[in-house]
Design a protein around this ligand. Structure first.
Ligand code: CUO
Length: 681
């Protein structure tokens, strides 16, 4: 039973829930028969819903059904945590289904989808159940609000099958007068925002301890967001923008404005904008039970820095917990975020989360305009806003402050005696060696699940996003021992030159290293040639999992339906490398083979969900790499190392590459025949 999908893909049988009469909200009870009849001709079968003793929903019901919901707001988190607890507490699958159906028409819609998704991810009896793709449930969080009236018009007038996709222009949130807009394609990318939403679903910071307490979750909070920063900085340099400046002076105006142009369809509101030059203010909003002073953030920040410099934190019983070389970063991640695993939330507060809150309410800090939070208040929209990166640059700097207190890796800790990389090449079909090729690509997303209209049937929106030609790494490795040995290949990329065109020092460049791949190899004695495809990357999920394949007759890259979205965490494959530039943007590829004895975690990894393990871990397993995340670039260099070249040991190698951007747009590959499309303006 749980192996069956909870939602029905296009073209498959339509099922409806057979609901006990008292499950219907009062409003619909006397029209129930009409409603059921309306859908009768399209329904193939019914799923009976068991009548159960209904759970006490009083806590989650404190938030109105159509109110905006933010996980960063403490009162909302508590309600969501209670709803998750209710879902997790249902003894059988049937009871869980029954409770979910009952809640669906009652509790806040956003809270419902969040709590339901967390429960499906964590209940043992729903392991193989896909969770609904957020881009289909709430398409309004991912695209221009104007799309929806066009979509409804098209759906009303044109029968399914003949409808044309609604094209979303590439530039709709700003013009090039705003230089930050040059990297809007990154910030507003559907796949990047979905990844971020999924990451925070897999790693909630407030829920039952069994759900929150995953292996190295604090460290992964640091590492995954550090990688977002490195990737964004690479993207900025490709577009002649300087690296992100930390948001450290919280009294100064913020020069970056953002006008999201998103409409909420359920909450009937437009997401608020932030004008350039806005200033953070103390927040006092009784309606959201938030009373936050900028001074609170300052106090928490100072205490965290003090703890880092002392090398230890204090728990609630005043006991000292050392920030050790291996465990320190994990503790610090939980403190800074903060998750419920923080050893002392009274002392170190809730800094990163409340920073999101302060920024997201700076347009209406005392609720006088009855406005709700901006995009920074929701993990599925936060990455659209330039200020997200300024805030996270500050957050990352805290972690680096700790990393800077650790002893540098000795050559023994990074070398692999007797293993030598003799050559590395990047092979892209129809391109010179060591050239990556990027371009614009169009892809379609079905809006019909997230829009309530008749007649039903698919209605597509068409995105334009960055993509790259698939490529391969070809790595030659010599093993000079007489026997086979195992190792971990670690592949990173970083820009060569800073915003002034000067080469980076090691200290700067290590912070710009983006992980591209990591995998285990078995080295025979003598020479080995390793070939690895870009789509096998350990940081990404396949294209088809971001943009669901809309043509059910086409193969979907080996993915079973069950994998579509419950493995939704992972950087989108189409954003694996930066955009580069027309002339060719110079980057350095770093490849290392590390000694398996320092890497290996022994466990069974035969689970359906492990292909973006570097950024997302593996479902229900330990993080599959024993090294500190970011190794070997997570520490300051040993004495005498000023450049990346000087950092190398024999088991590492650099290759100079170029990313060449071709300013053409490739039509969609995930919809059927290339239909004409409607241009939305
Ligand atoms: Cu992912 Cu600030 O943590 O958004």
């Amino acid at each position: 039973r749980p192996a069956e999908p909870a939602y029905v893909p296009k073209g498959e049988k339509k099922v409806a829930f057979d609901v006990p009469p008292n499950y219907l909200p009062d409003r619909y009870r006397n029209v129930a028969v009409d409603v059921i009849n309306r859908f009768a001709d399209t329904t193939d079968s019914k799923i009976p819903i068991r009548q159960i003793t209904l759970p006490d929903l009083s806590i989650p019901l404190r938030l109105g059904r159509r109110e905006p919901f933010s996980l960063f707001i403490p009162s909302h988190r508590k309600m969501a945590a209670r709803l998750i607890e209710i879902f997790m507490g249902m003894r059988t699958y049937d009871d869980f289904l029954s409770a979910s159906v009952y809640c669906r028409d009652r509790v806040n819609t956003n809270m419902f989808i969040y709590a339901l998704s967390v429960a499906i991810l964590h209940r043992p009896d729903t392991k193989n159940l896909p969770i609904p793709p957020l881009s289909e449930v709430f398409p309004e969080k991912f695209m221009d609000g104007g799309v929806f009236s066009r979509a409804k018009e098209e759906a009303n007038l044109v029968p399914a099958g003949s409808r044309q996709p609604i094209v979303i222009p590439k530039d709709y949130t700003a013009s090039d007068l705003d230089e930050e807009h040059r990297v809007a394609y990154f910030r507003e990318d559907l796949g990047i925002n979905l990844h971020h939403w999924h990451w925070h679903l897999v790693y909630p910071f407030e829920a039952a301890r069994e759900i929150v307490n995953k292996d190295r979750r604090g460290e992964l909070f640091y590492y995954m967001h550090e990688q977002i920063m490195a990737r964004y900085n690479l993207e900025r340099l490709c577009n002649n923008l300087p690296r992100v400046k930390r948001l450290i002076n919280w009294q100064e105006p913020i020069p970056e404005g953002y006008f999201p142009k998103l409409d909420s369809l359920v909450a009937s509101r437009t997401w608020p904008s932030r004008t350039a030059g806005a200033t953070l203010k103390d927040i006092n909003r009784p309606v959201d039970q938030i009373n936050l002073d900028i001074q609170d953030l300052i106090r928490w920040r100072d205490r965290i820095f003090n703890a880092i410099h002392e090398g230890a934190v204090k728990d609630t019983n005043e006991r000292r917990i050392e920030l050790t070389e291996t465990e320190g970063i994990n503790i610090l991640g939980n403190i800074v975020e903060a998750s419920i695993l923080s050893p002392n939330r009274n002392l170190y507060g809730d800094m990163h989360n409340m920073g999101h809150v302060a920024i997201s309410f700076c347009h209406d800090p005392d609720h006088r305009y009855l406005e709700s939070f901006g995009v920074m208040g929701d993990s599925s929209t936060a990455m659209r806003d330039p200020v997200f990166y300024r805030w996270h640059a500050f957050v990352d700097d805290i972690f680096q402050e700790h990393k800077n207190t650790l002893p540098p890796y000795t050559t023994q800790q990074i070398d692999y005696q007797g293993v030598q990389i003799t050559d590395v090449q990047v092979v892209t079909p129809n391109q010179p060696t060591n050239v990556f090729s990027t371009f614009w690509q169009q892809s379609d997303v079905d809006l019909s699940r997230g829009l309530d209209f008749t007649p039903r049937g698919a209605i597509l929106s068409r995105f334009t996003h960055l993509n790259h030609a698939p490529f391969r790494y070809r790595i030659a490795v010599n093993n000079n021992q007489g026997s086979a040995r195992m190792g971990t290949v670690r592949i990173f990329m970083a820009p060569d030159k800073d915003e002034r065109g000067l080469p980076f020092t090691f200290r700067e460049q290590r912070l710009l290293m983006i992980e591209l791949d990591k995998f285990t190899v078995n080295l025979r004695p003598g020479n080995n040639t390793i070939e690895r495809r870009s789509d096998e990357s350990s940081v990404t999920i396949p294209f088809e999992r971001t943009f669901r394949n809309l043509d059910e007759n086409r193969p979907v890259g080996g993915d079973s339906l069950a994998q579509f979205n419950f493995c939704g965490c992972g950087w989108p494959q189409h954003m694996l490398i930066g955009k580069g530039s027309k002339e060719g943007f110079p980057v350095t590829l770093f490849v290392m083979v590390s000694d398996i004895n320092g890497d290996r975690i022994t466990q069974n990894t035969e689970t359906g969900c492990n292909d973006a393990a570097s950024y997302c871990g593996i479902k229900d397993r330990l993080y599959p790499d024993k090294r500190s995340m970011g190794y070997p670039f997570d520490r300051l260099p040993r004495n005498g190392v000023d450049t990346l070249q000087q950092f190398l040991t024999g088991n590492m190698r650099l290759t100079s590459c170029n990313i060449r951007f071709n300013d053409t747009t490739v039509p969609p590959r995930n919809s059927g025949a290339d239909s004409n499309s409607l241009t939305f303006s």
